[in-house]
Design a protein around this ligand. Sequence first.
Ligand SMILES: Nc1ncnc2c1ncn2[C@@H]1O[C@H](COP(=O)(O)OP(=O)(O)OP(=O)(O)O)[C@@H](O)[C@H]1O
Ligand SMILES: [Mg+2]
Length: 414
Amino acid sequence: MSSAGTKLGTQDSAVPQTKLRALLVEDNALDATLVVRALNKDGFDVAADVVQDEAAFRRMLRSHPPEIVLADYNLPTWKGMEVLKVLRSEGLDIPMILVSGALGDVTAVECIKQGATDYVLKDGLARLPEVVRRALREKHERSLRQQAERDLAKKVDELARSNADLEQFAYVASHDLQEPLRMVTAYTQLLGERYRGKLDENADKFIGYASEGAQRMQVLIQDLLAFSRVGRNEPTSKTVDCNAVMQEVVQTLATTIQESGASVSYAELPAVWADRTQVAQLFQNLIGNAIKFRGEKPPVVAVQAEAAGERWQFSVSDNGIGIASEHAENIFVVFQRLHARTEYPGNGIGLAICKKIVERYGGKIWMESQPGQGSTFKFTLPAHGPDGKQEVKADAKHDSKHGARQDSKSEVQR
Ligand SMILES: Nc1ncnc2c1ncn2[C@@H]1O[C@H](COP(=O)(O)OP(=O)(O)OP(=O)(O)O)[C@@H](O)[C@H]1O
Ligand SMILES: [Mg+2]
């Protein structure tokens, strides 16, 4: 048998059905024939090339890529296990089965550990067809899985790109719309001031509508800009003491808290790994909502945290009007609101910002509510950075209660 390779075709076939291109690494022509015959007997229509050294093996891999490699363990000038190195170096995932005269159990296990799919002894060739079938099946499943993983990675990539495009679009659109809108607002105001009472009654009304519309659009654009800014820069994460953040938020909302007679309590909050400004935005939007969507009774808002693996799970609960469960998802969508602005002011951007912030840190945000009883917003934030940096210190107890009687009209800042 020449090192350039020998061809063996189907001989002595029973009822060959499955076509199989095999590459045999074998120095004994009779053994090669017996291998092919064993496969024929069990329904394989085999086209086999036989080689016995590395150079011929490499050549054959390129000229006639096989579906399976059947290699003898010991060859005069080469070793069957070297086949695996060649397959790897060529970047090929082809199952390799050792077909050997004698192979101790320990050696066999070692060969499988190194990457051989299986082994068959030459005096037990009746097993070979089943072993080959299994190897081909596993290879097929592996290919399907790899294809599915490649498809998924491609989709994730496309999604990330289209998200980035959308983000850029929202930013540019909202940023660039501000300037012409400023002109519209300024001139409609000017029209109103100069010509009020000088034209007819309808003209005053129309100028009023135009002016209101322009102002409203300005607020919406500013909200959209605030939303798109959340994802624009890399977060400057560090350890953030949530007690200190809450203190600030309560300070910022002092008027709203006072006017509504709200009680806001928080105790022993942990530190998280995030951007401080964004953590403050998160708390402020949620506490602002908890106060704004109040019922008859003065608002009672409680902020708590509990450990959830590598994260902290926070909850902001209120005794307000509550939310029906069918709105659990859409309240987090930009500009989605459940009430008219005359009933409760706002644009529907706060929760969309909260969701974007939490998801930036790989967390989740969701809502649990009993309509008429109150709502609880829950979210998770990382307890520490990627390298485990953390000072999980809950500062001295910050238990804060604020309350005073009055009705609230104030809006929450972002
Ligand atoms: N604590 C809450 N209790 C009851 N309903 C709530 C609560 N928080 C949010 N919602 C509902 O979810 C909607 C979306 O909330 P979101 O904060 O996004 O908007 P908003 O408060 O209406 O306006 P903005 O935040 O722009 O001022 C609200 O309009 C309200 O219907
Ligand atoms: Mg809000």
